[in-house]
Design a protein around this ligand. Structure first.
Ligand code: GLU
Length: 474
């Protein structure tokens, strides 16, 4: 097999969300396929018809799209392949690789109870494995079970876990077709992977046990087993599997929290894979460097603070116009605000300063507001109010006339004007002037470089805001 024969797959169950662990599995499959110039395929494991709905499939597609993980097929539906699974199961019976089992639920429960009491993992005692067809009880619909090997050991050479061996005595004769005629997951996944030409199965190590059971089916059918890479799971800070109680867990949640897709991708890549000490990877670099050998063997801990700092890095790097597009929905949903023409011009001018201060798009939206509202809409926060006291009033009044005289109204001229004013009226203490001015312009006590903001807002708007603050102090 040459490298570009590699075919990987991502087979999510449509649960209505994409867990970040699944996103990492998708990423590693995608990276490996792209690295090898092979194929990356999607299959929706939608056999649970009771819970199935189309929106849940859309969530998967949307999440993949957001993460820019493109795929090389029209996503397959496992449910649609069910007749093929049934045919394979029947074929296996015909070839003597599988058999009908007519056990009642009570019999099976009895076997499970004794296996438990004796500490055995395989419980079914194979009582129908070699019984003649004439013994079949009338009117009972059988299940189909695969014949697992009775002796010896099974080995897989996992790309991540290394050699893993199990004793075949621990393997049950698995059910591959239920008595209602529906195929089981174990069978469906093998048949689909085989039919889709999957060469590499890269998935969470919670499936490692299944692998040995599924290999029984591969071997019975005489099909080649794929190469396996079982990825350690992602844990929360307390060492338990990452779940809702640790915080955000789905791709959509991270999107709503204002993370950029490239940050999530970079973080997921580093969470479980490394290339020396390198921290940041462009997509091209990741594709070039990714290999299964670099995947860590031990579980990774999800660190929300680290993700935030990576996001801050990518926010600084991001193109300004793109950030304006991305922040717009956060302004709309979070602040009921549409970017006007003048607001857009101010955001374009001020984005360098804004993005340096924002760790997420949610923060960027809050930081941007003062550029987007008119003087009469400036709302003063508690922190802003502190600087709008009786002492601030004469300062703002003086500053108002000083501002009117600054020309041209540019950063340097504004700075000079403010310094001169501070020297003449505030014992040279620039802070005494700047804090009330900041509160007047932004409503609060933090902002990007104030001289820059003053220049961007323009003389009329700055004067209107100072005027409003003076009136507000009363
Ligand atoms: N549908 C399975 C899951 O979401 C995929 C298992 C596999 O990769 O084989 O866990």
């Amino acid at each position: 097999m040459t490298k570009n024969d590699v075919v990987t797959r991502f087979p999510p169950s449509p649960t209505g969300m994409m867990h970040i662990g699944n996103a990492r599995t998708a990423l590693f499959n995608w990276l490996y396929a792209r690295h090898c110039e092979g194929k990356f395929l999607i299959r929706i494991e939608d056999t649970d018809r009771e819970r199935h709905n189309d929106e849940a499939v859309e969530v998967i597609k949307e999440s993949l799209k957001w993460l820019s993980l493109d795929y090389d097929n029209e996503p397959e539906s496992q449910y649609e392949n069910r007749q093929r699974h049934i045919d394979v199961a029947n074929e296996m019976v015909k070839n003597g690789q599988a058999y009908y089992c007519y056990c009642t639920p009570e019999e099976l429960q009895g076997m499970r109870d004794s296996a438990k009491a004796e500490g055995r993992s395989a419980s079914y005692d194979r009582r129908w494995r070699d019984r003649p067809a004439e013994d079949a009880p009338a009117g009972v619909k059988p299940v189909i079970r695969v014949k697992a090997p009775l002796e010896g050991k099974s080995v897989i050479n996992d790309e991540v876990q290394g050699e893993v061996i199990v004793d075949n005595s621990t393997l049950d004769d698995l059910i591959i077709l239920r008595s209602d005629g529906t195929p089981t997951y174990m069978l469906a996944v093998i048949v689909d992977d085989h039919d889709m030409g999957i060469t590499h199965v890269i998935r969470g190590d919670d499936h490692l046990n299944n692998t040995f059971r599924q290999n029984v089916i591969y071997d019975a059918l005489g099909w080649d087993q794929p190469t396996y890479a079982h990825l350690p799971l992602i844990h929360g800070a307390d060492g338990a599997k990452l779940s809702k109680r640790h915080g955000a867990v789905s791709v959509q949640e991270f999107q709503q929290l204002g993370y950029l897709p490239e940050s999530v991708m970079n973080y997921l890549l580093r969470l479980g894979w490394g290339h020396g000490d390198q921290e940041f990877f462009s997509t091209e670099e990741a594709v070039k460097l990714f290999d299964l050998k670099g995947v860590n063997k031990s579980a990774a801990k999800f660190d929300y603070v680290k993700l935030e700092s990576i996001n801050a890095h990518y926010m600084k790097e991001a193109d300004n116009d793109r950030l304006i597009d991305l922040v717009a929905p956060f302004l709309q949903t979070g602040h009921d605000m549409i970017i006007s023409e003048i607001g857009l011009a101010r955001l374009q001018a001020g984005m360098d300063g804004l993005k340096d201060r924002s760790k997420t798009l949610v923060e960027l939206a809050s930081e941007s507001i003062f550029y987007l509202v008119d003087a009469d809409k400036i709302a003063y926060t508690e922190k802003g109010e502190k600087h709008l006291n009786a002492d601030a009033k004469p300062v703002l009044e003086g500053l108002l006339s000083a501002m009117k005289n600054i020309s041209p109204f540019t950063h340097d001229a504004i700075e000079e004007g403010c310094r001169e004013f501070a020297n003449a009226h505030a014992d040279g203490k620039l802070g005494k002037v700047m804090m009330p001015l900041r509160a007047a312009l932004t409503g609060t006590d933090k902002s990007p470089s104030l001289f820059e903001a003053v220049e961007i807002l323009g003389k009329d708007e700055v004067c209107a805001r100072i005027q409003k603050a003076i009136q507000h102090i009363g």
